[in-house]
Ligand binder design. Structure first.
Ligand code: AHR
Length: 334
């Protein structure tokens, strides 16, 4: 008490200033806490991103694109690799909610089972952007937008090419299908699009279809089983390049010539896939672009700003034959 009474004028002024700053600081934190999840007033955006995993060349390119784009956009990125497990993604999203990031973005491992955690993000006033893959939630207000490919279209393009190639076939054309990860949007949709397209020719029959989990190892292993169980395989449709590349090993080991004895169609168009196509081991690729980073960062800035964004942003893609792959390869970035 005595000490307080004897405080000099400059000390008293400093104490008053300190308490003003303290109250001001708390108020500033309080304001941003209620203003869209963000906690900082420095204008910097923090994004929490939950990635599927590192299962394919596509995924690696996608991760690089997101990290580079975040740095270029001045966005602080918190990144988590879910190792292809939904429970890891849910955990990561809950952590981001606790950390009060400004925006959450993620590429869902599977389509179903997101409503609860998305509702938690919404209640915390943190906008969510879906990238690459979507969810099947009926309540579209649980996320701001979905940026990514039309996977049904990719499967259709693959099937339509095959229909054209086999239009003069007089007997059955046996197709085996390597599906992506079970329950993932690209696996469901590519299967659907392909089936719809080949329905145009009753000679085209899928005689076996199984998941290879989007990995090379999975593609190789399942193709070995297909080859053992089916003496006549004319076509392989693989839901991504990596599974197709794994299958090449199995086909060669079985004494068959990939691209000749078995026509191979894949999706993605990553460098290794394009090389296989240029070399004549693959026959056709429907492109799926992983370079989503710049658009994602742009969307993050807009949603943080409270601007309206389109509910769906579709990635522009193309297809490749062997000749087109030879031409495109030298400039392929991933
Ligand atoms: O969701 C995109 C798909 O996921 C890619 O086609 C595949 O390679 C990846 O694992």
């Amino acid at each position: 008490m005595g000490k307080m009474r004897t405080q000099s004028a400059p000390w008293r002024a400093a104490a008053v200033l300190a308490s003003v700053l303290l109250v001001g600081g708390v108020a500033a934190c309080g304001n941003s806490d209620t203003g869209g999840g963000g906690t900082k007033d420095d204008g910097k955006i923090t994004m929490g991103f939950s990635q599927v995993g590192a299962e394919s060349g596509w995924r690696t390119a996608n991760t690089i694109s997101i990290k580079e784009a975040a740095t270029a956009a001045g966005i602080e990125l918190k990144f988590d690799d879910a190792q292809q497990k939904q429970e890891n993604q849910i955990k990561a999203i809950r952590n981001y909610i606790q950390q009060k990031v400004d925006v959450i973005a993620f590429s869902p491992v599977v389509e179903s089972g997101w409503d609860t955690v998305l509702k938690e993000a919404k209640d915390a006033n943190i906008p969510v952007i879906l990238t690459d893959r979507s969810v099947d939630s009926a309540d579209k207000s649980l996320y701001k937008t979905f940026l990514g490919s039309d996977f049904v279209k990719e499967g259709k393009l693959a099937g339509e090419w095959l229909v054209e190639q086999k239009k003069t076939a007089s007997g059955p054309v046996n197709i085996v299908e390597l599906q992506g990860s079970t329950g993932a949007a690209p696996a469901n949709d590519r299967k659907k699009g392909f089936a719809e397209a080949i329905a145009a020719n009753p000679n085209l029959k899928v005689i076996a279809s199984q998941t290879g989990d989007f990995t090379r190892a999975g593609g190789k292993q399942v193709m070995e089983q297909f080859l053992k169980a089916n003496p006549k395989i004319d076509v392989l449709f693989a839901h991504n390049d990596d599974m197709g590349l794994g299958a090449l090993e199995a086909i060669t080991a079985a004494g068959k010539v990939p691209g000749k004895d078995i026509t191979i169609i894949t999706i993605d168009a990553v460098k290794d896939g394009m090389q296989a196509l240029a070399d004549g081991k693959f026959n056709f690729i429907a492109e799926c672009s992983p370079l989503l980073g710049p658009q994602l960062m742009d969307l993050a800035k807009k949603v943080k700003d409270g601007q309206e964004v389109p509910a769906r942003i579709e990635t522009q893609e193309t297809t490749f034959t062997t000749e087109q792959a030879k031409e495109a390869l030298p400039n392929r970035k991933y």
